[in-house]
Design a protein around this ligand. Sequence first.
Ligand SMILES: Cc1ncc(COP(=O)(O)O)c(C=O)c1O
Length: 406
Amino acid sequence: MNKDRQPELPSLARTVTGLPPSGIRRFFDIAAKMQDVISLGVGEPDFATPWSIREEAIYSLEHGQTTYTSNYGLLELRSAIAAHISQLYDVQYDPESEILVTVGVSEGLDLAMRSILNPGDEVVVPEPCYVSYKPCIILAGGVPVTVRTTADTNFCVTPEQIEAVRTPKLKAILIGYPSNPTGATITRESMQKIVDYAQRHNLFIISDEIYDRLVYEGEHVCVSALHGAQERTILLNGFSKAYAMTGWRIGYACAPPSVLAAMVKIHAYTMLCAPIMGQKAALEALRHGDASLSEMVQQYNQRRRVIVDGLNSIGLECHMPQGAFYAFPKIVSTGLDAETFAERLLFEQRVAVVPGTAFGAGGEAHIRCSYATSIRNIEMAIERIGAFVQSLDRSDRRLRSITGSQ
Ligand SMILES: Cc1ncc(COP(=O)(O)O)c(C=O)c1O
């Protein structure tokens, strides 16, 4: 299309034009045009989907299984999801009325927000958090109310923090542990306090547990398993991270029947159903994927130690993340803000990381480094980041010697 001769068009939706672009994409776009970049930027497994899962999808295609499914998703898959959650967390969901197969957790988030929010309803979101949380609330007509969390409290939110921002319009709390970007998990006791608070004030809880299988220390706390939680929780999960299935676009939502029915209504009109090939693959993942999952977890765990030790050794203070595949070191000691640090690191040493500011309040003192990449890449990246940090020290010393400051 000729850009000079674009006709004048009606205005676009204000909710969309008002949204800032993702702070992650900008760095990827720059990095993609550069040579020899080591990327710690991507939030997706570096493994291909395990072969038996791919083979199952190929088999189903070969046998002509190329149709729509029920709006809810294949009953066989929903039953397997119910059995899976029951086995892992001792929580019972009815596959007929309480489970919906979605197009990734991404769609689950959107459906959750659109089915519970009226214009102006508020949702508490602890930050730093996954980049889509606030836009999903805004696009559904809601208002995100952010609560800042920090490394000192392992990035966990407390009822007191929520109480400090509560208004009569507060409708829900949106949380995601293990967390992207911090890698933090939450303890059973801390989460139970949030559930009790939600119960006292009649709030929904939306719990994004996409990293539940990637926990290296302690246990994953499934929110629905806590006392009084299941009846007010929309539990979101999916196959992207645990089974290296980002491209298949399969997730699921578990919720009380009335909430799930509302979500299905939107899903049926907008998506119809999740792709059948992905659903077949997801079924195979639940049936036989755990051996591959354990191998991947073992590798992520090794990489986690290498990256955290490496970052601390070059002077970037980094807490040990208990889950997901992100390290979230502090960069305040360098005197740079997160955006400048990430940009200069990319141009000067060709390492792509994401500035913590992309994840909201509390992220400004950090960068996010994904360790879903090989140990070799992590080691080379640490060397380059170390050289970058040293070059800052040198220029800082030079500056002090010129200005005579301490
Ligand atoms: C916390 C979190 N939730 C949801 C998603 C999206 O997952 P899906 O691929 O299932 O849409 C991601 C992807 O990075 C994520 O990190």
